[in-house]
Design a protein around this ligand. Structure first.
Ligand SMILES: [Zn+2]
Length: 270
């Protein structure tokens, strides 16, 4: 599943090809994604010029004067800018034809992604109530510490709660908790202020590093330039159950927390 770094990598890859361009036409081959493609998008987007492309959590917002297209890659979606003449594959569901002679092509074998619409001056219900961006200044150790007092929920679940902070997926939560030496099932209210400071910095560093590398290598994900990232070989605990911890050689353990596999080193994390 594309995580925050892949979505940010996509945004950065698309921006030079989209911003300032006019969308001349939409070619919808398959309107049934996770939700049907928004009728407002079909009605309002053609003829609009792209002012900016922004990321919020794992959504991309393509801003125009008429409003914003709200795009999500779902489980297996990708967005690429291609020459208009590029042959169409069976999973290429939507093209935005641009005035540059290129198309923004949405490909999604599993069709869990979405193309929705946000009216100008409004916030889409899917974006309302989201916590701060992990790479923003609003997210730091003190923020986590204040929010977590008296809370018995596992610290990993707190970190993955979109109302607390957005976009810290399972991989990045596991790696950040390892970097901070915090056991993933420790009660959030029992983690000290100092350790939250370390954890927040680790979250930012790991996400920024993954963005720099183009995100993790994931089965279905292709970055806008077609090159997958190569972060997977550098993971410390995620997906490494039974393999030696890269710091202390103790076998990495896996437990289930909130119905998600949770990898940690029983010696390095407490
Ligand atoms: Zn270890």
């Amino acid at each position: 599943m594309p995580e925050l770094p892949e979505v940010e990598t996509t945004r950065r890859g698309l921006a030079p090809h989209l911003v300032g361009r006019r969308v001349d036409k939409l070619i919808v081959r398959q309107p049934r994604l996770r939700w049907p493609i928004a009728p407002e998008l079909i009605a309002l987007l053609p003829g609009q010029r792209v002012d900016d492309i922004e990321r919020r959590a794992k959504y991309l917002l393509v801003h125009t004067q008429a409003g914003s297209a709200l795009l999500h890659l779902g489980m297996s979606g990708s967005l690429r800018v291609l020459p208009e003449t590029t042959p169409v594959g069976s999973h290429d569901h939507i093209d935005w034809r641009l005035d540059s002679g290129q198309v923004l092509r949405y490909t999604d074998p599993r069709r869990f992604g979405s193309q929705l619409w946000q009216n100008a001056g409004e916030i889409h219900p899917l974006l309302a109530g989201l916590g701060p961006e992990p790479l923003g200044d609003d997210f730091d150790g003190d923020y986590l510490w204040h929010l977590s007092r008296e809370r018995k929920t596992a610290v990993k679940l707190l970190l993955m709660d979109q109302k607390i902070v957005v976009g810290v997926g399972n991989i990045y939560a596991a790696e950040a908790l390892f970097a901070a030496g915090i056991h993933p099932s420790r009660a959030a209210g029992q983690v000290s202020r100092a350790r939250y400071a370390v954890l927040a910095v680790a979250v930012k560093q790991i996400l920024a590093y993954a963005i720099g590398r183009g995100g993790t290598t994931l089965r279905d994900f292709i970055s806008p330039d077609g090159q997958p990232g190569y972060f997977e070989q550098e993971l410390f605990v995620y997906g490494r159950s039974g393999q030696p911890c890269r710091k202390c050689a103790t076998p990495v353990k896996v437990i289930t927390l909130g119905q998600r596999s949770t990898f940690f080193c029983p010696r390095c994390q407490h």
